[in-house]
Write a protein that binds this ligand. Sequence first.
Ligand code: ATP
Length: 266
Amino acid sequence: MIQVEHINKIFKVARRSAGFLEAMKALFHKEQEVIHALSDISFSIGDGEMVGYIGPNGAGKSSTIKILSGILTPDDGTCIIDGRVPWRERKEHVKNIGVVFGQRTQLWWDVPIIDSYELLRDIYDIPKTYYHETLSELTELLSLEELLRTPARQLSLGQRMRCEIAASLLHNPKILFLDEPTIGLDAVSKLAVRDFIRRQNQRHNTTVLLTTHDMQDMEALADRVLLIGKGRLLLDGTLDELKSHRPKKDAALDEIIAALYRDFEI
Ligand SMILES: Nc1ncnc2c1ncn2[C@@H]1O[C@H](COP(=O)(O)OP(=O)(O)OP(=O)(O)O)[C@@H](O)[C@H]1O
């Protein structure tokens, strides 16, 4: 169970205009801009739910995922995941969650994938027999056999993403946070990854929170959708409820979302 209540997060960033004079001025007086990345965010997600988290660029999706993973601490508000506060009980919390950031890697860049997995086994303290069973299952389901002996840096994006997803599941987490897991994947890999995530949910009742700009991901995976814009939660409903905001007959999901972004001025 994920319970998020009234989370706020601001970032302070130094700003200056271009040019030598401005650079000199900035030496004596730093101008700071305050960014309200998250404002009063509240939601709860039950066990086994598959929830899509959507919003335009800079809306606050990754910041939310980072808070839920324990990487980032909010300025105020509470978050309890299976009885733990992620950023306070991080060590125990990470045993319970799997995280994939499509734009970053959790694999060691220069070592073969299998060595990264062995390291993760040690980090998560996964019992040997369980590890080998899970690994062979993931290898088959995600077609990893050919990739395991290759260093992460030599893999294509789609191949690496399949390895990342397996890495996030080796310890059989109850909750999966996926931040743009299909970014840059070809059609075949996208379908394989979507299929795998759904099966993981069905077989293990894994809770999934997924951010994506790919509306087909949403159609395939999300039973419920949270819409965030400018750090505020704007909608929380089923995909069908979201579709009822259809701007015109026969509008595609992308058009519906674009119309929603326009209506909410985000
Ligand atoms: N470490 C940081 N320092 C300063 N500002 C940040 C930092 N991380 C995020 N922000 C700002 O917070 C806001 C929310 O960013 P976030 O990455 O959560 O958005 P997002 O919805 O994931 O966007 P995208 O779809 O582009 O990945 C943005 O305005 C971003 O510039």
